[in-house]
Design a protein around this ligand. Sequence first.
Ligand SMILES: *Cc1c(COP(=O)(O)O)cnc(C)c1O
Length: 378
Amino acid sequence: MKPIQMVDLRTQYEHIKSDVDAGIQEVIDSAAFVKGAKVTTFQHHLEQYLGVKHVIPVGNGTDALQIALMALGLKPGDEVITPTFTFIATAEVASLLGFTPVVVDVDYNTFCMTPEAVEKAITPKTKAIVPVNLFGQNANLEALKQMAEAHNLHIVEDACQSMGSYYKFNNGTQKASGCVGDIGCTSFFPSKNLGCYGDGGALFTNDDELAEKIRVIANHGMAVRYYHDSIGVNSRLDSIQAAVLDAKLPHLNDYIAARQKAANFYNEAFSNCEQIVTPTTAPYTTHSFHQYTIKLEGVDRNNVKEALAAKNIPAMIYYPVPLHMQKAYRNERYKQGDFPVAEKICNSVLSLPMHTELDNEQLTFIVENTLDIIKAIR
Ligand SMILES: *Cc1c(COP(=O)(O)O)cnc(C)c1O
């Protein structure tokens, strides 16, 4: 059996080596390392794939979130609502820009922020909602969008983990994840659903005016060279990363299908185990399984993780501490007990190996050992 890894980028590369190598070589031959043709080509291919008017490539997913918030024209002290159970980036960029991140609790089943919690957190200072489409499925975006319209708020989707997922509207239509809100942000970090071989990210929007603002902000606030209309940043996807992404994009649907297949394997194997709560996919979304995250009930998650490690099965805790209990945010306005669902989730989640190259032998080994371990330490 091949060694089990959380993510196996090496094996994935072997299947697409000739395309990736040729793309990288083309960039080197052209010497257009920054703002080269490859970046524009990939941008257009991704626009087609997502069915969105504008893709603006940038340096990473965190930059994408920061630039999105900069483009909305918020004022210092304006409030931005984001979930407490997530990676810190959404709250972090709001804080850096002088806005106030307001965190809310999440749903136990989907791990995403609930519209009810958001509604309660809205104040006259609220200007934007930043849902995170966590682990690969969309938050309840249609409900959030209706709320945003009623309160005149912007929606910036953190789609860093949900590339390749679709949101299903009540009327039967669907849109690519990241293309439902005013702006969507994604990351091309190597382990993401569509990952490059370094850092990368992008913003999505159907709004021409916002797209222009975003392009200018990402380029030093400069629409005409050396004339700076606003304070911007320097954030670009480099051409070599664009070449890698352009080689991988045609395989993205297969990659998502491989993740879903592995998730189904896990779900079936764990369906009769009382201690394992398998992930739920909400009816309004497809799931791209960026992570396969179970919750353990009545058995110590940390013990399970250690016992798996002893069998050379890696597992990760995404995330051990909710934002409101991070040192960076404690003492401001939050305390332990404020968001009980997120706190419970942080103590019980375990993410199992999930990637495009898992085979049945590896999956069988993982589930058999997980079930044995739980039986033994119960
Ligand atoms: C990965 C990730 C980010 C940040 O992306 P980087 O490219 O690493 O800056 C932001 N939000 C979420 C939910 C992520 O998973």
